[in-house]
Design a protein around this ligand. Structure first.
Ligand code: FNR
Length: 357
């Protein structure tokens, strides 16, 4: 247990260190370009950021993604994150609850999130290997509004003490999905989903995914820093970036609810995710960094500024709400375009949208 607590604290330290992100210099978000329109015929106050999805009503299309809990320090961070969520209307996920499920004394490092934000939208979080009763207890611990199930194979394999056998995950998730009446969100942890993964999840009844792509927090890098010989540095570029993962998800947008996260740097990246079909966008390390460097109040201010700026960008695009962002043309360039061509994803569906208006 001490070892697990130490790992939770090390993850936080490594995630906010300057080299926590993949060392790739360019973000694939920069390869997506909105087409500017000179006559949007809309005012700033006409824009609403509310998100209505089956089972969840969100005040804003941004949420704080799974990070912490399971040690004294990360319990304190959870209390602060909950305050940020409460003040900004953002939904919030806690980090993996395995520690709290195995050890009663650590429960409160998660429960503080509900205590500080009684009316908030809170996501529980467990791994795909947990039995149904663990999943139910994780939800109960927080009176959670949804359950995230994380899929983190590369992280486990690079983690010195990590899991080595990944058989049966899909069956395990199927069990959980069929016995839980709140939304179950299958979630990557920064390596991005593929259309094949999403199809497998859909086939067993999963209706919500967070494609959580590469470009921000990189758990191959983080776990590799914890290894004595740090031999896996070359694997850092593994996985789909968030823009690519969203494009992979495109054919499922009408039949599933897709969330995006991973490497979101600014309000424009948020709007790009929404335009590619995400219903909401998760931020993990960007919020952790502001919180630990500048404090809760600064983090709240910063998230309020993001919400304002998302509205500004929607105004330029002539989109009154999140759904209308899907009508805005967005040109896909460079590697992201090459990926789409190789994978049979039709990019003209995105670049020639205004014709449909
Ligand atoms: C994470 N992430 C994560 N995800 C999850 O499902 N369960 C978890 O316990 C954790 N733990 C965790 C700890 C820390 C310190 C960080 C920074 C992240 C992954 C997170 O939810 C998200 O998918 C990725 O971090 C990508 O988003 P960012 O950080 O690039 O915005």
């Amino acid at each position: 247990n001490k070892m697990r607590e130490k790992r939770k604290d090390e993850h936080v330290q490594l995630a906010i260190s300057p080299q926590s992100n993949s060392s790739l210099p360019l973000s694939h978000f920069d390869q997506l370009l909105f087409v500017h329109q000179s006559l949007p015929n809309i005012g700033f106050n006409d824009v609403s950021l509310k998100v209505n999805i089956q089972g969840l009503q969100l005040d804003t299309p941004m949420y704080i993604n799974a990070m912490t809990g399971g040690s004294k320090m990360t319990g304190e961070i959870n209390a602060s994150l909950a305050k940020i969520a409460c003040e900004t209307g953002m939904a919030m996920a806690v980090g993996s609850q395995h520690a709290g499920l195995r050890n009663e004394t650590l429960k409160e490092t998660y429960q503080v999130v509900r205590k500080s934000n009684p009316k908030g939208i809170i996501f529980a979080n467990v791994g795909a290997d947990v039995p149904l009763d663990f999943a139910l207890r994780a939800i109960e611990m927080l009176e959670a509004n949804a359950l995230q199930i994380h899929l983190n194979v590369p992280q486990e394999l690079v983690m010195p003490e990590g899991e080595r056998d990944f058989k049966g995950w899909l069956q395990q998730i199927e069990q959980v999905v069929h016995h839980i009446d709140i939304p179950v969100i299958a979630k990557e942890v920064g390596f991005g989903m593929s259309k094949e993964t999403i199809r497998l999840l859909k086939e067993i009844g999963v209706q919500y995914v967070d494609v959580s792509g590469r470009g921000g927090t990189n758990f191959i890098h983080i776990e590799n820093q914890r290894r004595e010989h740090r031999e896996y540095e070359y694997l850092q570029g593994w996985g789909q970036t968030t823009p690519i993962a969203l494009l992979e998800a495109h054919e499922y947008l009408n039949s599933m609810i897709v969330f995006a996260s991973g490497g979101v740097r600014n309000p424009l990246d948020v709007v790009k995710c929404l335009s590619l079909g995400a219903k909401a966008v998760g931020l993990a390390s960007p919020i952790l960094k502001i919180l630990l460097k500048a404090g809760v109040e600064e983090a709240i201010e910063e998230m309020k500024h993001w919400q304002e700026q998302i509205k500004t960008i929607c105004t330029m695009l002539g989109a009154k709400n999140i759904d209308e962002l899907r009508n805005c043309s967005i040109v896909i360039t460079k590697e992201v375009r090459e990926w789409c061509e190789a994978r049979g994803i039709d990019i003209t569906l995105f670049s020639q949208r205004s014709k449909q208006r």
